[in-house]
Design a protein around this ligand. Structure first.
Ligand SMILES: [Zn+2]
Length: 238
């Protein structure tokens, strides 16, 4: 087989192999893509959990204050009933003083409870929003995962088609040359064969000496770039 024919077959093969390389790369990056979606989901769900915890904390605080309030009210009632049993003015005044102390505590607690109610209202809204966001996020992620999985199926299908086409070309290429080409392919991100671009290697863009470019045009032998080892060909003059 002439070098010109060999190069023609290699060009056909390279077109397929670039696509195959890109598809395989896409598949290899799939787990990372799915993991990133899981992380997004995790973040949304922990935000919602945080809001839920905050609401529960406030509800508990309110409950504690209400129990405190009840305690103060009981104390006041008890003291008030004692007012009728005291014998002296001094005892009466002491009781009144104690009652007014509890009354003061009571009004502090009542204000506190009211402000906690406000906080609870805000926390409930925040939780509702976080839950809504979580729901939206879940839907969005489900759709994206489905998209990735569908694309994976499509890619697998395309890969087997490309592999079929590849099998039609490889028998036409000298075994030694094919294994050289494949070695470069795997080491050079799926590009083993490049055109000369201007006066440069189309792979690494090293400047090529004029006599090398001439030899590539002559197609007497297979030429490779000294720097990146890729096989070079001259694009047909237009
Ligand atoms: Zn090069």
């Amino acid at each position: 087989m002439s070098v010109a024919e060999l190069l023609k077959n290699l060009i056909d093969l390279q077109i397929l192999d670039k696509d195959i390389y890109d598809m395989k790369k896409w598949i290899s990056e799939m787990p990372a893509r799915l993991n990133a979606l899981d992380d997004e989901m995790e973040a949304a769900s922990s935000k919602s959990k945080e809001k839920d915890d905050e609401l529960k904390r406030l509800q508990l605080k309110r409950k504690e204050r209400e129990l405190d309030l009840e305690q103060k009210e009981n104390n006041i009632k008890k003291l008030q009933s004692q007012l009728y049993q005291v014998k002296t003015n001094k005892e009466y005044n002491a009781l009144e003083h104690e009652i007014s102390g509890f009354e003061a505590d009571k009004s502090v607690l009542e204000e506190d409870i009211l402000s906690i109610f406000d906080l609870i209202e805000t926390a409930e809204k925040a939780l509702e929003e976080a839950k809504k966001e979580l729901e939206d996020e879940e839907k969005k992620i489900e759709i994206e995962k489905k998209k990735i999985e569908d694309e994976k199926k499509e890619t697998d299908k395309s890969l087997s088609e490309l592999d079929g086409k590849r099998k039609n070309i490889t028998p036409l290429i000298d075994k030694k040359m094919l294994s050289r080409y494949e070695r470069i392919l795997s080491g050079k991100e799926g590009v083993a064969l490049v055109p000369v671009v201007g006066e440069n290697c189309g792979g690494c863009f090293m400047n090529l000496p004029p006599q090398i470019i001439d030899e590539i045009r002559l197609k007497k032998r297979v030429m490779a770039c000294e720097r990146c080892a890729r096989i070079l060909y001259a694009e047909e003059e237009k």
